[in-house]
Design a protein around this ligand. Structure first.
Ligand SMILES: Nc1ncnc2c1ncn2[C@@H]1O[C@H](COP(=O)(O)OP(=O)(O)O)[C@@H](O)[C@H]1O
Ligand SMILES: N[C@@H](CCC(=O)OP(=O)(O)O)C(=O)O
Length: 367
């Protein structure tokens, strides 16, 4: 089992564990989680914490909080975040650090590198990084939206070997255990396929976001990065004891044997496309070969506004998503290339500064 051999882990804690029933923060469940973190560190395992709960923690401060507006939820997050950090902080006798992120930060390569470097520097200095989404400044376009997916992105940024997602149930069941008494726990998932997604439902608790669906999305991101991934019951101290004994307390997702290269993983699972290039079937066919190169004669059209270095989606006219790639050209120049005469495009030689996308920067998507 992978966990005990880990050098660095990410542990994600859901809202229900921090602020059960939206009545402010409670250390009731956090005590055994903090003990686990301390014991990991004593074993030499570096720990990064992704903690939800700011909205749930702040809710009690707002009079009419039954169906809060978006603005009120952001205010709850701002108020609850300080209480949540203070609650964690008093459980440790080593320093903690707060990192608040949006998807806008994670999908920008420079800011992503900065996050990576900060996390590593904190760990090297014995400080526990505690991350959450910066709910107050997010917009629909900028947010990850749930901390399950964010924890997988953080696991990649941190270069973690294991991701432990602590929830309010024992793991992934063949159906929602809160609504089906006969639901059975699935101890191990070797491959995340359509069946696994079909059994993963939404949250049914008062405070959770995303339910099992976002945990499966997170697991998919993590295993493709070679990360041992677990969904465990964070209410139970037993889960943490079992992990520390090298056993699986919930559902274990086996990591891919050949993890994606770091940059390709970031492009596929963290970055979002700033625009798209529609290509012909010759390019689709070339994806099956050893040397993939997009030439000007294979471009059908260019959509969106992007700059050199941005991530773009490469797709066919019928909408099939072929690849995500880092473009060496901006949309203006690619539009110009796409509009050239057939003779010029046929030569495929409009290449003043090298290839349109470089082979090592193409992440082929599975359809
Ligand atoms: N197949 C399933 N197995 C386990 N839980 C499921 C399943 N489908 C839906 N769920 C729901 O997912 C919930 C956990 O997700 P969520 O409430 O978002 O928790 P968290 O706050 O820990 O992220 C469970 O309480 C359960 O109601
Ligand atoms: N950023 C939000 C948490 C969002 C979220 O994913 O919540 P959860 O499903 O409880 O992990 C908060 O701090 O309230």
């Amino acid at each position: 089992m992978g966990f005990l051999n880990s050098k660095r882990i990410v542990i994600k804690i859901g809202s229900a564990l921090i602020a059960p029933n939206k009545k402010g923060c409670s250390s009731f469940y956090l005590l055994s989680i903090a003990q686990f973190i301390i014991r990991c560190r004593m074993k030499g395992i570096e720990v990064v914490l992704v903690s939800s709960g700011s909205v749930a923690a702040g809710a009690k401060l707002f009079a009419d909080n039954v169906s809060p507006s978006v603005a009120m939820k952001k205010a709850m997050a701002a108020a609850g975040q300080t209480e949540m950090m203070a609650t964690w902080d008093k459980l440790f006798d080593f320093p903690t650090a707060q990192i608040l992120l949006t998807h806008g930060d994670l999908r920008d390569r420079e800011r992503y590198i900065s996050i990576k470097e900060t996390i590593s520097c904190l760990l090297e200095n014995g400080i526990l990084p505690i991350l959450n989404e910066n709910d107050t400044v997010t917009t629909d376009n900028l947010k990850v939206g749930d901390n399950d997916n964010m924890s997988a992105m953080v696991a990649a940024a941190a270069g973690a070997d294991s991701l432990i997602i602590c929830s309010d149930v024992d793991g992934l069941y063949d159906k929602n255990p809160n609504t089906h008494k006969d639901a059975k726990l699935i101890p191990e998932v070797a491959e995340i396929d359509a069946y696994i997604y079909s059994i993963a439902g939404d949250a049914t608790s008062l405070v959770g976001t995303g339910g099992m669906k976002t945990k499966i999305e997170a697991a998919e991101k993590a295993v493709s990065n070679g990360v041992h991934t677990y969904i465990v019951n964070g209410f139970s101290e037993r889960s943490f004891n079992l992990l520390l004994e090298g056993n699986n307390p919930g559902t274990y997702f086996k990591p891919d044997e050949t993890p994606m290269h770091e940059h390709l993983h970031w492009m596929t699972h963290t970055s979002t496309s700033q625009g798209e290039v529609v290509v012909d079937n010759d390019f689709s066919a070339s994806l099956e070969t050893e040397s993939v190169q997009l030439t000007s004669d294979e471009i059908v059209s260019v959509n969106g506004d992007f700059s050199p270095g941005d991530t773009i989606l490469v797709r066919t006219d019928d909408g099939t998503k072929l690849a995500k790639a880092k473009t060496n050209y901006g949309s203006c120049l690619l539009n110009y290339i796409a509009e050239q005469s057939d003779e010029m495009k046929l030569s495929g030689t409009f290449n003043p500064d090298g290839p349109i996308i470089s082979e090592q920067n193409i992440a082929v998507l599975e359809n």
